[in-house]
Write a protein that binds this ligand. Structure first.
Ligand code: PGD
Length: 836
């Protein structure tokens, strides 16, 4: 038996993996950036870089955007999803700016290094552009979408074309034919939040088909309410890090606590706490992941290199040991849960298969003796069971979440400090954060008169199958017939699975309108592209969930090219469509900030907090929010008094068995946590499991042209990590260009040989901008390394219809031919009207 995969210090009682896994060298977690200034990387700017002159955003006919009155001559505070920072002009630096982290941030994000080089990169959309075929032939389904040149036009012409098309569809096929889900992370900023702006606009235009849930959590958001009554409770009120560091003795970390993700929180984060919390943690961590990098080095940890997608088998086996050795807490189960007897029957083998350690070992590759030892250690310790969000982003993704809650219930520690269940430690920066959870200023979106929606990851199904029926959370629904797709602030050609299929789906509508700062693959698959500003080019209020500060986001540089704010674009469209006044309410962007801030300030002042008036706040650059409690425990109230604090489940208790879910009759999501075989198994043609996880060098696909992201590429392609044994079997050396392929598509990537992953597993992060090689339309291949050409567009189950992008079966081969060039880091072919 080979030695264990332990991070230093080595554990006293090592637990060895079952399979033939060589000992791993310590794998470094994502580096924590020094406190600044953040150096721009080696990306050459396209044009001459000058110290950025500061100019007001472009004005619009409907809502003139007033010159920003308080532009800082030196540094401009701002924020991003990966942290607050400020910007100062620096003629010597990439992009003409230097970036300085917020002084209150103990662990600034390395992702800040992407900002300068991306700001004025040659892939910025500089002028409105219309796909040539759409301009010449008009709206209609078109498989040439994404394959044709664009014609740059003036703002008025582009706005006239877009307004006429919105009007044609809303008054003809009707607002249900407008898809405005517009999913995506866009940028930090409470007012210029692209999706909120689009929804407000489309609501006033007559409504739209919406989308529900997210690619992050599409499965948990649906299944958690059936188990514990409320997804928000789990996701927003998870036990805080101080509670965990002081009380937890053992963390069972399914999916680990990956350091690379903890820099990110939607809307912004001023003070990153997770890196410090991990340093303070004295608990032993059982890292259960195929990837060693899913936990930072230097912690007291044991690595269990589990086979991908087999966590449920391990959880059931742990439950089996707890039950047969009478280590479970019957009193807790009786008082706080329903369904244990049926679950026990299943675990003990009521269906003919005892879910014991030997059974699980054969599936998950963890030694049976080690499984039993781990269960005993769990029962003897204050144990926190955590599941990363990535674990539910697979087929049957409901099961790991449900089984982990059942396992925590067996231990009887739910609601005790440092014990119980957590979801997303290491998936997002604010999970475990004890920053104040205050409502922040927000833009009202109005009401959508159209009730139609889809679960967000069903976009391609909807576009390809209008009128088809599908299941979702107990309902039978029908896909609408979409004629117009309107998108701002998202990149479906990054975030969706099976991009070849998505291309076919995007050929179906009559028109696709996109607002984008960059020529992403989504912009390239649009008919009308509006150039959008980035946060550095406009003013806003910034802050995320549990953020400690509200940030005055100053405009730092002039808009690049002719870019305008989403608000300005939509104001002009609204004016053309006859509801300009309702959309703007007569306010400039700056007046909206004052209006939103002052309304929020009034609410906080009524609670007794001294909040400065807008001008004072704006001048200061940020406002330190009133602190909240530092110690809290998920389900503490429920444990203290389960009658007074009933869960919002039918029973009021934790539902280990849900009669509601059972009643839906879905074979792919039965009434209790269960081991369900995935549809796809490794075969001779696709023997490797690809893990397509979140990147360490950018947020999703954002700023992929920035220095940190580009600096990680190999031959200009995304790096893929492969075990030396798998590489040797294929004649692949470190740094080789490789082709990753399956029946859905292929991509090129640069090989990195790494023993910190389980043999048979390769890891390619998401977010390299999709760069389809022409001539391979049926099985597209991407010259740049986007894993979503390989992933399957299948739902987690009929219950939640969540995305399943985390895994795909593939093979890898050395690529010896002349590689197709990476073209997505250059703008597309842009014509002038006079060239036509
Ligand atoms: P981003 O790259 O953040 O990805 O998918 P998402 O679409 O959110 O895209 C945001 C886009 O908004 C960028 O192109 C950016 O340039 C643009 N943008 C930024 N600011 C503005 C603005 O002010 N105005 C406008 N108009 N545009 C702006 C992320 C999604 O990917 C998520 S959340 C997850 S968790 C999924 N994860 C996986 C996964 O684990 N595995 C796979 N295979 N696939 C995934 N996809 C999902």
């Amino acid at each position: 038996m080979p030695p264990p995969h332990s991070a230093a210090p080595v554990v006293a009682a090592p637990i060895a993996p079952a399979g033939p896994i060589a000992p791993a060298a310590p794998v470094a977690a994502g580096p924590i950036a020094p406190a600044a200034p953040v150096a721009a990387g080696p990306i050459a700017p396209a044009g001459p870089i000058v110290a950025a002159p500061i100019a007001p955003a472009a004005s619009t006919a409907a809502a003139p955007i007033a010159p920003a009155p308080t532009l800082s001559p030196t540094t401009s505070p701002t924020t991003s999803h990966w942290g607050a920072f400020s910007v100062r002009p620096d003629a010597e630096a990439d992009g003409g700016i230097a970036v300085l982290p917020h002084p209150a941030d103990p662990a600034p994000s390395p992702l800040l290094a992407n900002v300068p080089g991306a700001l004025r990169h040659r892939t910025r959309v500089r002028r409105p552009a219309v796909r040539r075929g759409w301009l010449e032939r008009g709206p209609g389904p078109d498989s040439r979408r994404g394959r044709e040149a664009f014609v740059e036009v003036g703002w008025d012409e582009a706005l006239d074309l877009a307004a006429a098309e919105v009007d044609r569809v809303r008054t003809g096929p009707g607002p249900r034919a407008v898809f405005g889900g517009s999913y995506g992370w866009a940028s930090a900023g409470r007012f210029h939040h692209a999706q909120s702006q689009v929804h407000r606009f489309l609501n006033l235009a007559g409504g739209f088909t919406a989308s529900r849930n997210s690619y992050s959590l599409g499965t948990s958001l649906v299944v958690l309410p059936h188990i514990v009554g409320d997804a928000e409770a789990v996701l927003r009120a998870g036990s805080s890090w101080p509670t965990i560091t002081e009380n937890t003795e053992l963390v069972l970390a399914f999916g680990g606590i990956p350091a690379k993700n903890v820099f990110v929180t939607p809307g912004g984060v001023t003070r990153h706490v997770t890196p410090g919390a991990l340093e303070a943690l004295s608990a032993h961590i059982a890292l259960i992941s195929p990837l060693r990098a899913d936990l930072p080095d230097g912690l007291d940890a044991t690595w269990y290199p589990i086979a991908p997608a087999t966590d449920v088998a391990l959880m059931l086996a742990l439950a089996h040991t707890l039950i047969v050795e009478d280590l479970h807490d019957r009193a807790f189960l009786d008082r706080y849960t329903v369904g244990f007897a049926e679950f026990e029957h299943y675990v003990r083998g009521g269906d003919g298969t005892p879910k014991d350690a030997a059974w699980a070992a054969a599936l998950c590759g963890i030694d049976a003796a080690d499984i039993r030892a781990l269960a005993r250690r769990m029962a003897a310790s204050r144990t926190l069971i955590t599941v990363t969000w990535s674990l539910q982003r697979i087929q049957h993704g409901e099961q790991p979440v449900w089984a982990a809650i059942a396992l925590a219930a067996l231990l009887g520690q739910i609601g005790l400090p440092g014990g119980g269940f957590g979801h997303g430690y290491g998936s997002m920066g604010d999970v475990g954060d004890h920053g104040p959870q205050r409502r922040l200023p927000y833009l009202p979106q109005g009401r959508n008169p159209v009730a139609e929606y889809i679960p967000v990851a069903r976009i391609a199904d909807m576009l390809l199958n209008p009128g088809a029926d599908y299941d979702y959370n107990g309902a039978r629904r029908t896909y609408p017939d979409i004629r117009l797709v309107y998108w701002a602030g998202g990149n479906p050609f990054h975030h969706h699975q099976d991009l070849g299929r998505l291309r076919r789906a995007f050929a179906r509508p009559d028109t696709v309108i996109v607002h984008e700062p960059f020529w992403t693959a989504t912009a390239r698959h649009a008919d009308i592209v509006f150039p959008a500003t980035t946060p550095l080019e406009r003013e806003d209020l910034g802050g995320g969930r549990r953020d400690t500060h509200l940030i005055a986001m100053h405009q730092a540089v002039a808009p690049v090219g002719e870019a305008r704010d989403d608000y300005a674009i939509l104001s002009d469209l609204a004016a053309r469509l006859g509801f300009g006044e309702e959309f703007t309410e007569g306010r400039t962007a700056r007046e909206w900030l004052v209006h939103l801030y002052e309304g929020w300030r009034a609410d906080l002042s009524a609670e007794g907090h001294a909040v400065p008036p807008f001008e004072e706040f704006w001048h200061a650059g940020d406002y330190l929010l009133p602190a909240g409690p530092s110690h809290f425990t998920l389900f503490e109230d429920f444990r203290a008094d389960p009658d007074a604090h009933r869960l919002r489940t039918p029973s009021g208790r934790i539902e280990i068995v849900s009669e509601t879910v059972r009643g839906f009759g879905y074979p792919d999501c039965p009434g209790h946590p269960a081991w369900l075989e995935p549809d796809e198994h490794p075969t001779a043609g696709t023997p490797l499991v690809l893990i397509a996880n979140q990147p360490a060098t950018r947020l999703h696909s954002q700023l992929d042209v920035g220095a940190l992201s580009q600096g990680s590429k190999i031959h200009g392609r995304e790096p893929v990590r492969i075990h030396p044994a798998d590489a040797a079997a294929r004649g692949i050396a470190d740094g080789d260009l490789v082709r990753i392929f399956n029946s859905r598509g292929a991509c090129l990537a640069g090989a990195v040989l790494a023993d910190g992953l389980r043999p048979g597993v390769v890891q390619l992060p998401t977010g390299a901008w999709f760069d389809p090689v022409s001539g391979f339309d049926d099985e597209p291949w991407c010259a740049h390394g986007n894993p979503n050409v390989l992933t399957a567009d299948i739902p987690s189950s009929r219950l939640s219809q969540g995305c399943t992008g985390q895994h795909a079966l593939v093979d890898v081969e050395r690529f010896d031919g002349e590689p197709p060039p990476v073209t997505v880091t250059e703008p597309p072919v842009l014509l002038r009207k006079e060239d036509l």
